[in-house]
Design a protein around this ligand. Structure first.
Ligand SMILES: Cc1cc2nc3c(=O)[nH]c(=O)nc-3n(C[C@H](O)[C@H](O)[C@H](O)COP(=O)(O)O)c2cc1C
Length: 232
């Protein structure tokens, strides 16, 4: 029996290493940058009532590009963004979402879930899905095509897409745009309407636009640093 170690034939060559030397920011300057960013971030709110004012497609494109800079498991970039401004597609999405949401509020939601939602005042009516100039459907890709007809699996796809959506929400807010992290359950209708393959799982439905002049938001408080962090 041949006990020699099996030679590993790598099917993919390692990437070349390139220098990475970003400018180091002195801590005092960094603190100023972070504070200013945090104060701006504190003003971000989820919006459920949108103005119908148009938003240029270039802004949406740039925000998606920014989201795509997120880290991802094995750099598989397991996301896909379907940006919709077509009124007929928005109407179909709203109809399907409201069907699911009505079912959720009337039957599927557990009493403690409904109790958690009570302070937010949400219900099954989703006017934002037709009022907002853009709907962005974010998909989590569990597998995708690779070179030479291969299939590439995703790793930590859920976490990776969550991080990308975080980048996206922050970017939209920096651009003065509002959004809502909307998760109708189930969301499979979004795959059909957007014509995505079975490996693409709808992750979140985001209306994007400017808040309606009469928009209001729940007067919620955020946890303080000592409630969410410990330093050992
Ligand atoms: C994963 C996730 C799912 C959410 N799903 C919904 C939803 O389906 N409908 C909705 O109105 N808000 C939804 N929200 C928005 C939250 O209610 C909102 O972020 C929270 O109340 C805090 O408010 P803020 O975003 O204004 O800080 C969701 C948020 C997250 C992060």
């Amino acid at each position: 029996m041949n006990s020699a170690p099996r030679e590993r034939q790598p099917s993919v060559m390692p990437l070349a290493q390139i220098p990475y030397q970003p400018t180091r920011i002195p801590p005092d300057d960094a603190l100023g940058i972070l504070r200013a960013d945090r104060i701006h971030a504190e003003r971000r709110r989820s919006v459920r009532r949108f103005s119908e004012d148009p938003v240029p497609r270039t802004l949406i494109e740039e925000a998606i590009r920014l989201a795509g800079t997120a880290p991802s498991g094995a750099h598989r970039e397991p996301w896909f963004f379907c940006a919709i401004s077509d009124p007929d597609m928005k109407r179909r999405i709203r109809e399907a979402a409201e069907r699911e949401e009505r079912e959720f509020y009337d039957r599927r939601a557990t009493p403690d879930w409904l109790e958690a939602l009570e302070p937010l005042g949400t219900d099954f009516v989703k006017t934002h899905l037709t009022d907002a100039p853009w709907l962005l459907v974010v998909f989590r890709r569990d597998a995708q095509s690779g070179p030479n007809g291969s299939r590439l699996k995703s790793y930590y796809a859920q976490e990776s897409v969550g991080i990308a959506v975080g980048f996206l929400i922050h970017a939209l807010h920096r651009a003065g745009l509002a959004t809502l992290t909307h998760t109708p359950a189930p969301m499979t209708f979004l795959r059909e309407i957007c014509g995505r393959p079975i490996e693409d799982k709808p992750f979140v439905l985001m209306p994007i636009g400017y808040p309606h002049p009469d928009a209001t938001v729940p007067d919620l408080r955020r946890k303080s640093l000592d409630q969410v962090a410990s330093f050992e």
